[in-house]
Design a protein around this ligand. Structure first.
Ligand SMILES: Cc1cc2nc3c(=O)[nH]c(=O)nc-3n(C[C@H](O)[C@H](O)[C@H](O)COP(=O)(O)OP(=O)(O)OC[C@H]3O[C@@H](n4cnc5c(N)ncnc54)[C@H](O)[C@@H]3O)c2cc1C
Length: 418
């Protein structure tokens, strides 16, 4: 009986980033009829294309922390610092900042850490389930990820290490000597580090995304390249998605538009304080021999991942909204940072700006809409949306199929902002 109902149910998923594609695949695996809608080709320029490619199941320590709050002014003042503002956007972001500050207490930080840990812990097994049906052997590597830092940053590092220990996250502290043994070409500016040996990375996020997308189409999924303008509801609560070309009526709909999701949730009377942390990448081609696994230099808030396109230098956080142009200064910071670690690097290519979808408590929204029972959300995964693609898809598809779960999903509900 249940199976019959599922076969007839149709779901429209808006957004073909890693969230939307994983949700669509998980839904089709359960027998739903799924149409995925994106204004662009999947993985074209979205955050899911340009990220650092880390699968980071260890990364439970959030950014809403008492120590970060204290450090923000000095981070903003340092020209090589990890944080920047577009001043014209500051007035628009004040409500987000106020909520962020409220979430920086030790108690709130530990709440976020606990519930990020709950889903991060399941992130790799959830990908294993999706990857069973595609060949990712040339695209995903299991060499771990290294973070390193200088003496200037020790206090924050100690806090992170202690929280991870408290949560039971496995971590292997590294001496400078050990970092050098693992990655001998990095300029020896570091004083300490940590290795997460079980972490993975992809050499090409777009190719992984497209393999999952192709699998979705092979399984009978539909894709429409259209810009979604509005969501409304029929008299019996069925969602109607209006695009620039058409109207589609479904039994259920999902908003998975990353940092752009707020444009749609605002229309259905939800006050979800989603904003964006802008990030950048550049590539250095022809230097593959310099690095064998992703590294992150925490003092300057950027990392380098060996990718098919070359060394991808990626990171920094810029508060500046969705419409401001890219900042040349942020790109210059990334390039200078990379050359500080590898003085032999030449010219860079491919300057890219992307939008991390971020809520002020640094937990994603995964769950039903407050006002409409047939509308669901999956967005706001900030720095970890790539890692959390498959598990969010699995959780949301389970919710739509009305399956039971042992997980406590209430912390991800949008009701927390009511
Ligand atoms: C610099 C940087 C580095 C990162 N590194 C990592 C990392 O190493 N590991 C990690 O786990 N995470 C990382 N992240 C975070 C991760 O990339 C994001 O959290 C994740 O990609 C978000 O996925 P998404 O599917 O929610 O959104 P997106 O990838 O942004 O996709 C949203 C999609 O919705 C579509 N869309 C939007 N509005 C509409 C509309 N109205 N109609 C139709 N379509 C619409 C867009 O075209 C887009 O395709 C990084 C992010 C950045 C910016």
């Amino acid at each position: 009986m249940d199976g019959d109902v599922k076969l007839k149910s149709s779901v429209g998923v808006i957004g073909a980033g890693i969230q939307g594609i994983c949700i669509s695949l998980c839904l089709i695996n359960k027998g739903f009829k799924v149409m995925l809608i994106d204004r662009d080709d999947p993985g074209k320029e979205s955050a899911s294309y340009g990220n650092a490619g880390h699968f980071s199941p260890y990364a439970s320590v959030p950014m809403n922390r008492p120590d970060i709050l204290v450090d923000i002014p000095s981070m903003l003042l340092r020209s090589t610092g990890p944080l920047a503002l577009k001043w014209n956007y500051v007035p628009k972001m004040i409500p987000w900042f106020i909520q962020f500050i409220r979430n920086c207490s030790k108690k709130k930080m530990m709440h976020t850490a606990k519930y990020m840990h709950q889903i991060l812990n399941l992130a790799l097994p959830a990908y294993d389930e999706l990857f069973k049906d595609i060949d990712i052997s040339e695209l995903v590597e299991s060499k771990g990820i290294i973070y390193f830092w200088t003496k200037n940053d020790l206090k924050s590092r100690e806090l992170e290490i202690n929280i991870r220990n408290e949560l039971g996250v496995k971590q292997q502290l590294l001496t400078p000597h050990e970092i050098h043994d693992l990655e001998p070409h990095i300029n020896k500016i570091y004083h300490g580090g940590v290795l997460y040996p079980y972490a993975k990375h992809t050499k090409n996020p777009r190719k992984v995304l497209l393999k999952l997308f192709d699998l979705f189409i092979k399984k009978g999924g539909l894709f429409e390249r259209q810009n979604v303008k509005t969501i409304s509801f029929t008299s019996n609560n069925q969602p109607v998605i209006k695009t620039d070309l058409n109207f589609y009526t479904f039994d259920k709909a999902v908003v998975a538009c990353g940092a752009f999701s707020k444009k749609l949730t605002d229309q259905v009377d939800e006050k979800i304080p989603l904003d964006t942390e802008r990030g950048y990448h550049v590539h250095f081609k022809g230097h593959d021999h310099l690095l064998s696994r992703p590294v992150i230099f925490l003092n300057r808030g950027f990392g380098i991942t060996p990718m098919e396109q070359g060394l991808r230098v990626v990171g920094t956080v810029e508060f500046g909204g969705l419409d401001n142009p890219p900042s040349k200064k942020r790109i210059r910071n990334l390039v200078n940072g990379a050359k500080y670690l590898f003085p032999e690097l030449g010219n860079h290519h491919d300057e890219w700006l992307g939008f991390r979808p971020t809520l002020p408590d640094f937990l994603p929204v995964i769950g039903p809409s407050k006002n409409y029972k047939n509308l669901f959300y999956s967005f706001g995964h900030h720095h970890l949306g790539w890692t959390l693609g498959a598990i969010s898809g699995k959780i949301l598809a389970g919710m739509i199929a009305k399956e039971n779960t042992n997980l406590d999903l209430s912390p991800y509900n949008s009701l927390r902002f009511s």
